[in-house]
Design a binder for this molecule. Structure first.
Ligand SMILES: [Zn+2]
Ligand SMILES: [Zn+2]
Length: 352
């Protein structure tokens, strides 16, 4: 029997009798990170990183939570478990599972570039690596984040000069916190949507130092928002909530902005290619750094990425999971995927 099996409830370790990021309720769940496709309600017991715990509490309410630090070892029915930084969002972890001299690592979502708030991605040597593949196509090739941050700041200054409010569209958990870091040097007040405010409160009360923000409420006047900086989640984009910011310019922050058509498709004034996932090279370097003899590829461009690994001497197989409907993963907005060039039929089918 495999140390980790792919079942209809999620990734299952029979030896330890626990699941990793299950998509159906189970007794014991180890959670890689707090995005809703990986951390679902209804489990009896949750094990996660200590910085993931306050986020799960904010999103899932009171539950039986157990949290540990990175690189701390734990035995579950004789199976050795540890968490290691995945660099994706605050608290995000890879799960290392060791039993009978065999080591498996589940990546969850990960980013190889260090953003200074999510922990530095740590390659974990293993026999079998289960990797995500959200941006597993060679066209996804990220610029250094400092360059992107400079573009964002210049765009804001330019909007201000033209009498416009800058509305940055970013996911409430992950991207929004990185944006605060990017905008910080401008020393301007930052206004946020309620969804981003909630995450900001959960993180701040967990002791994470973030720049101050002001929540936009029905009482926030049109006048105060004039030429200001606003961060809003994708759900607010184009909604009546944004009316009071007029005149404004929108800037969408997402890895999908690498494909030019998507900026137009989103009706955005600007697209910033800022992602919380590894790009093609990042995925490849992460896989190689594990030294794994077998790689399972989950949510994303799994057929393309898995085929590429096989053709390059790394035994690989695709795995179907129910991840990929939070943060910037394609299932969240099928429209993104249609316009990605050079993907094979089968892959497109899976995505839509
Ligand atoms: Zn995620
Ligand atoms: Zn994911």
């Amino acid at each position: 029997m495999k140390l980790i099996e792919f079942t209809d409830k999620g990734l299952y370790c029979a030896a330890g009798d626990f699941y990793i990021d299950p998509w159906k309720p189970v007794k014991k769940a180890i959670i890689t990170h707090a995005h809703s496709d990986h951390a679902r309600p209804g489990n009896k017991h949750y094990l996660c990183h200590y910085l993931t715990k306050p986020l799960l509490q904010a999103r899932l309410g009171d539950n039986d939570y157990q949290s540990i630090e990175w690189n701390e070892f734990l035995l579950i029915n004789g199976v050795k478990i540890s968490l290691h930084p995945a660099g994706h969002i605050i608290g995000s972890s890879q799960i290392r599972v060791e039993h009978n001299n065999e080591i498996w690592v589940v990546s969850g979502d990960y980013k190889t570039e260090n953003d200074g708030i999510s922990g530095r991605f740590e390659p974990v040597p293993c026999n079998v690596f289960i990797t995500e593949s959200t941006f597993g196509l060679p066209i996804y090739n990220w610029a250094a984040q400092e360059n992107i941050y400079t573009h964002i700041r210049n765009w804001i200054l330019n909007n201000k000069e033209n009498g416009k409010t800058s509305v940055l569209i970013a996911y409430s958990l992950g991207k929004a916190q990185r944006l605060l870091k990017a905008i910080g040097p401008l020393q301007e007040k930052i206004y946020v949507h309620g969804a981003i405010w909630n995450m900001h409160q959960a993180l701040s009360s967990a002791g994470i130092l973030l720049p101050e923000v002001e929540r936009i409420t029905p009482d926030t006047s049109k006048e105060t928002l004039k030429k200001s900086i606003v961060i809003a989640p994708p759900g607010a984009d184009g909604s009546s909530w944004m009316k009071r910011m007029e005149p404004y310019a929108t800037g969408v922050c997402s890895g999908w902005m690498q494909v030019r058509g998507n900026v137009r498709r989103r009706n955005a004034d600007a697209g910033f290619v800022l992602s919380d996932h590894a790009d093609w090279k990042g995925l490849l370097s992460a896989v190689k750094a594990t030294g794994a003899e077998k790689v399972f590829v989950t949510h994303g461009f799994q057929s393309t990425f898995s085929r590429y690994l096989n053709e390059n001497g790394i035994a690989s197989a695709e795995v179907k999971t129910e991840y990929g409907n939070d943060d910037e993963e394609p299932a969240n907005d099928a429209g993104f995927v249609e316009s990605v060039p050079d993907i094979d039929e089968q892959n497109t089918q899976e995505k839509l």
